[in-house]
Write a protein that binds this ligand. Sequence first.
Ligand code: HQG
Length: 181
Amino acid sequence: MEKRLITVGKYLAKYLRHSPEKLGLTLQPGGWVPVDDLLAAAAKHGFPISDDELIECVETNEKRRFSFDATGDMIRANQGHSVEVDLQLEERVPPELLYHGTVERFLTSILATGLNKAKRHHVHLSKDVETATKVGARRGRPIILKVAAGKMHRDGHTFLCSTNGVWLTAFVPPDYLSTDP
Ligand code: HQG
């Protein structure tokens, strides 16, 4: 069952973040898609998902990657999109320090050119070392960078915070990064 929910989560991430058009879906402002449309499209494309599975997947996803709107009729990915979407998040004042988990092989480039958003919409920053460690560990032995987010904000950089607690910003110049323990 657990395995099935992981598979459903991966399927949702693929189509709600990256290629909704492949299911004939269009993300509405905020990244929302009608639940009925999503389930119908998934079934039509050979991957039927039941209502209960969808609810369980949204509620138990370890990173709360997805949410329903207040009516429960719409669903979206909370962050991580590569398709153009306005998540309608409000700018927020970040904590003084945020963290970014990466790996050794990217370090020289990051310290020279800053943190780039690559294929995603934003650079993703974590609120604690533990979370950043998990993010970095996806690629190898994790290295944690400290980001002087408070200073960045005072210097005019804007930050958003996704519904699942990921801090987002456009770019982190190298001056705000450190590898100090
Ligand atoms: C690196 C997952 C060289 C950066 C995670 C990272 C997170 C550079 C990679 C979320 C660089 C981008 C985001 C530079 C950045 N030179 N490398 N100048 N600037 N990088 O996956 O932060 O499972 O786009 O260090 O848990 O790893 O999708 O970003 O290694 O929350 O929900 O380029 O994705 O969440 O990789 O991960 P990513 P990320 P989900």
